[in-house]
Ligand binder design. Structure first.
Ligand SMILES: [Cu+2]
Length: 148
């Protein structure tokens, strides 16, 4: 083997080892950060679900609860309760993602999408964000879901 080829082979092996370390680390983090109580998702309208209207906009999420109160970038829900999100957008396409409980739904202007899910059975706080690039301040479309 030529010296140059040997160096290239060593370099490639080194890259494979480094990527392997990153993959193992990511697998470990994924396995340990996902809580046991992943939310259950249903399609369509579940009877008994409390509706929450969600409006995506550049660059915030507005939640309108059944009693008419509103909150922006903060969603407060009760534990072990079934909710139906009724989601739309007032401008461009957004995508609400509450990763830790397995919830993701598009917010599309002029269209209503629904998603029914049950909150985890214990209190906690869960990060949510928009995962559809929706303009220059897309990164601001994030907030906290508090389960009480
Ligand atoms: Cu967005």
């Amino acid at each position: 083997m030529e010296k140059k080829t040997k160096i290239e082979a060593i370099f490639m092996l080194l890259i494979i080892v480094i990527l392997g370390i990153f993959a193992a680390q990511q697998a470990y983090v994924s396995a340990h950060e996902i809580p046991n109580s992943i939310a259950t998702q249903y399609k369509g309208n579940e009877s008994g679900a409390t509706q929450i209207h969600v409006i995506g906009a550049q660059w915030s999420w507005t939640f309108i609860y059944a009693n008419g109160t509103k909150s922006v970038d903060n969603l407060t829900l009760q534990a072990n309760t079934t909710y139906q999100l009724v989601v739309t957008s007032q401008d461009v396409i957004h995508d609400l993602y509450i990763g830790h409980i397995g919830v993701q739904i598009y917010a599309v202007p002029g269209q209503t999408n629904t998603l029914t899910f049950t909150t985890p059975n214990h209190p906690g706080q869960y990060f949510f964000e928009c995962v559809e690039y929706c303009g220059k301040d897309h990164y601001l479309m994030r907030g906290i879901m508090t389960v009480t």
